[in-house]
Design a protein around this ligand. Structure first.
Ligand SMILES: [Zn+2]
Ligand SMILES: [Zn+2]
Length: 153
């Protein structure tokens, strides 16, 4: 991908992480699914065919290592489980309360949220927008549309 100069391997080296099969494959999976957010188990299930020895504990440790150098983000969800996604580009999140998907979004004027808080050092701003994604919003609207369609016929 042109937006990510270099492979998973190059990214790991760039961040000073030793390249292991686990780190390379987990990162590659996230690179291949940019914009997606997955549980550790979901990623593990996908990689088990290629890495049958990938233990649960190793999976969490691998994700933690990638999160520690800011390649990967950890999203705590209202349901209590954590989701992992790529963190190579700055973005915020939209959480759909109907289908529970998390979307990467780029709301404007995020920087305006930084406020003057004497004594506090602001390291970042994390914003989660909540509501219905376009697909779910459309579904909610459709019964009315269907009804009016029937009327017109
Ligand atoms: Zn939705
Ligand atoms: Zn994200």
């Amino acid at each position: 991908m042109e937006q990510h100069p270099g492979s998973a391997e190059a990214l790991l080296r760039d961040k000073g992480l030793r390249v292991t099969a686990q780190r390379r494959m987990v990162l590659q999976y996230l690179l291949d699914h940019e914009g997606g957010h997955f549980t550790a188990d979901q990623i593990r299930d996908e990689l088990l065919q290629m890495l049958p020895e990938l233990a649960k504990g190793t999976m969490y440790k691998t994700l933690q290592d990638l999160a520690a150098v800011n390649i990967v983000e950890l999203l705590p969800t209202p349901q209590g489980y954590a989701l992992y996604g790529l963190r190579l580009r700055p973005h915020q999140h939209f959480y759909c309360t109907a289908c529970h998907h998390w979307f990467d979004v780029l709301p404007k004027n995020i920087e305006a949220l930084r406020f003057d808080a004497p004594g506090f050092v602001i390291e970042g701003v994390d914003v989660t927008l909540r509501g219905l994604c376009p697909q779910c919003a459309h579904k909610e609207a459709s019964p009315a549309e269907v009804a009016s369609g029937i009327h017109k016929d």
